[in-house]
Design a protein around this ligand. Structure first.
Ligand SMILES: NC(=O)c1ccc[n+]([C@@H]2O[C@H](COP(=O)([O-])OP(=O)(O)OC[C@H]3O[C@@H](n4cnc5c(N)ncnc54)[C@H](O)[C@@H]3O)[C@@H](O)[C@H]2O)c1
Length: 245
């Protein structure tokens, strides 16, 4: 039986894309999944439930603390506990193209509010629930773009990695680990058209292909397992060696 069976898991940004796949994979392993997104997560929740576990859809705006509080309340009402939080919701479309000197203010603000504030606010709201059971796993989501840091997106993801390291000590004393995955370009609709230099980036990696949810969920499963109970504050780069020397 999977170690994830019966675990209560929140995945944010799970209406579509990678988050939707994570939710389905958790459910397939028997977890109870809160499929959370700013709106329209019902289809993804039905998809997850059909894969095996229990799943509910919850609307949440991770930039709004009251909305996050409501998501936690709904989680407790439905499942009575919280074991795992995957902070997957993020803004990236259009951001990688915006150089620092030209980045429109509203784009910069939105990137920080969702990618940085949203990730931190969800950690802040989740940890008291995990603390009740003396056990928890938080998985933050960075990106291969964090290494460059030359665009607003990469800088927000760099901040998520820094935040992950900074949360490890205060959470560790409550039996909660916090780690980060930093995916390379991974399968999603329209990848080629939406990422500048797509072909060059893929060709420049040590393993020349785009990632898939098996690559990413495998790492998440490990970080949620007892095998990883002494791993915290780390960022795991899952990108085919995109920045290997
Ligand atoms: N796809 C990739 O190749 C790739 C690579 C590296 C990192 N990532 C990261 O992985 C995560 C998922 O990527 P994706 O490609 O599936 O993205 P996506 O744009 O398809 O999905 C992101 C989801 O986040 C949700 N979201 C945005 N703002 C929100 C808010 N304020 N509150 C709640 N939900 C909100 C969106 O509604 C959307 O459903 C992101 O954090 C992204 O930065 C993706």
């Amino acid at each position: 039986m999977s170690e994830l069976a019966g675990r209560v898991v929140i995945v944010t940004g799970a209406a579509r894309g990678l988050g939707r796949d994570y939710a389905r994979n958790f459910a397939r392993e028997g977890a109870h999944v809160v499929v959370a997104d700013i709106k329209g997560a019902e289809g993804a929740a039905a998809d997850a439930a059909s894969a095996g576990g229990k799943a509910i859809a919850v609307d949440v705006d991770i930039t709004d603390k009251a909305s996050i509080r409501a998501m936690m309340d709904r989680t407790m009402e439905a499942f009575g506990r919280l074991d795992v939080l995957v902070n997957n919701a993020g803004l990236w479309r259009g951001l990688a193209q915006a150089g620092l000197l030209e980045c429109p203010d509203e784009m910069w603000d939105a990137a920080w509010k969702v990618n940085v504030n949203g990730t931190l606010f969800c950690c802040q709201a989740a940890y008291p629930l995990m603390k009740q059971n003396g056990w928890g796993r938080i998985i933050n989501v960075s990106s291969v773009a964090s290494a460059g840091g030359g665009d607003s997106y990469g800088i927000t993801k760099n901040a998520v990695e820094h935040m992950t390291s900074g949360l490890a000590r205060p959470l560790g004393e409550h039996g909660i680990t916090v780690n980060c995955i930093a995916p390379g370009i991974s399968a999603f609709e329209g990848a080629k058209g939406q990422i500048p230099g797509f072909e060059r980036i893929v060709a420049g990696a040590a393993i020349k292909r785009v990632g898939n949810t098996r690559d990413l969920f495998g790492a998440i499963r490990f970080l949620c397992s007892e095998d990883a109970s002494w791993v915290t504050g780390q960022t795991l780069h899952i990108d085919g060696g995109a920045n290997a020397r």
